[in-house]
Design a protein around this ligand. Sequence first.
Ligand code: ATP
Length: 577
Amino acid sequence: MSVKHAISRGLELGRSIFQLGVLKAGSRVAAKLRADRVRAGPAFRTAQPQAFLPLRYRYYRTSLRGLAAQLQWAGFVRRFAGGSPRNRAVFLAFGLGVGLIEKQIEDDRLSLATCNEIKAVFRKKKFQSPLKPLAYGYKLEDYIVGNQIGKGSNAAVYEAAPQFFCSKKSDGEPAAVQIRDSEGEEGNRVMPSLSCCSLRNFPLAIKMLWNFGAGSSNEAIFRSMSHELVPTDPLALAPAKQQLTLDGNFGVVPRRVSAHPNVIRVYRAFTADVPLLPGAQDEYPDVLPARLNPSGLGNNRTLFLVMKNYPFSLRQYLQVCTPSRKQRSVMVLQLLEGVDHLCKQGVAHRDLKSDNVLLEFDSDGCPRLVITDFGCCLAESEQSLQLPFNSQWVDRGGNASLMAPEVASAVPGRRVVIDYSKADAWAVGAISYEIFGEPNPFYHAVGLHSISYQEKQLPILHSSAPADVQLVIRLLLRRSPTKRPSARVAANMLHLTLWGQRILDKQGNAGMRKLAEWLLCQSAVVLLKGCSGPAGNRVEAELQRNFLRNLELEELRTAMGFLIYGRNQHTARIPSA
Ligand SMILES: Nc1ncnc2c1ncn2[C@@H]1O[C@H](COP(=O)(O)OP(=O)(O)OP(=O)(O)O)[C@@H](O)[C@H]1O
């Protein structure tokens, strides 16, 4: 046998012994997991397999150390190292094989450490909601209510301003909106929108919910509309009500999500008598109380939510504007970031559609998207994203057209549970068609049904969508949630596509060390951008900060794996998640 051949055999041997160690460790992990599952019950059973990766990693390392110890076993060494030159070559190569794997593990360890350090840097700065906190505003009389700006099936939305706000400046101009950027610096910014003046005079929007059956007591209203409170600021409720909700006196207390650039922030929530607002008699007479319309069916009091006034919904914007190719990808990414934030906080929106996404512009004219309208969300404080579906009366959420296949096809039964952890990500996949200027495949024009479509029936996106983005959208629309990437992994794919082309072009050659180097470069760029003041692309900077704040090595690797595999395969099969 030639020395070259001997070396390659030695390498192989080294690898297979390592794999054997991994297999053994794997079976030990599996046994441990089984034992833990029995102990921890249903919550553990439904946990993501990724959650156990660090555990597996530790086992690999332990098994490798055990293996190294075995290698030092004197008899083994005497037999192989002391024999013929051929045996010595095999032994040398075997050691080299193990050494290479050690190096790989060391690289992984370093990359993990880099990720943790980057996360720690970016987590120091928390996202703050853009409007200055109001010191008051717990009563309807604290606001001037303007024209209606939107209407859904549960509420009407009006432009509004705080009472003091209308006082004109000395030069006769209305006072400018004091906006604080996401990192807390203050400045006056005017958003480039069609309804620019309206926004300047009415920086807020008040959503008045329609109250049919809840009764008119505060407790009953808060109890029946509690999901609308999920995106509320900690100071949104008057202190007395705050205490009541926290004590659970209003029934099931839903989770509250923390502030995020892509999720609406409700600044104030209060109950008040239903007023006669512009257009009420014509547009929603039936939901008015008898006091205002003798044939109206509504209750006397209802819930009001105060938010920032946005110039467009996503649907309105797409009807009148043509964003650039990059802006479209950035818009999809923002939706994924918003959904990932909700998932991490145990909330499923369940009614994502382009009407429920609001939009404004950053200083560079890039659209900033926020997810709004949490009326149908799943956000029980005690439960995860699993909904026991034991009767057909259990509410599966709104918007049947954009209901993920696993939700739409669920059949009620004794032990049936619907898992919503990837349902919103699926809806983002469907909305992405609209963002790229195509009809939503699950609306009437195309007519696919989420319950029955086949993946090959999905329309090919126009070439304006970059190939990597098309791959992300196709993966998001996979029928099986186990084969669908999570919102985080899909968002990571887009981050890599938008800002990590260099690392992707290296494809399989880009090891963990290169990835870590790229992450460090990105961090430096983002930190430098932050230092250069309010100029620069705010939405992009926000997204990059968010990405670095949420870094998880395994999710990043999965994203990279999908992209590299997708690029190699192009039209062939797409890998499982
Ligand atoms: N903060 C806001 N700024 C500007 N417009 C808004 C705002 N909030 C809501 N709107 C507009 O009002 C419309 C209706 O609002 P929303 O979706 O919250 O009502 P809804 O009755 O809960 O809707 P649905 O029919 O989806 O249940 C939105 O589609 C949007 O056009």
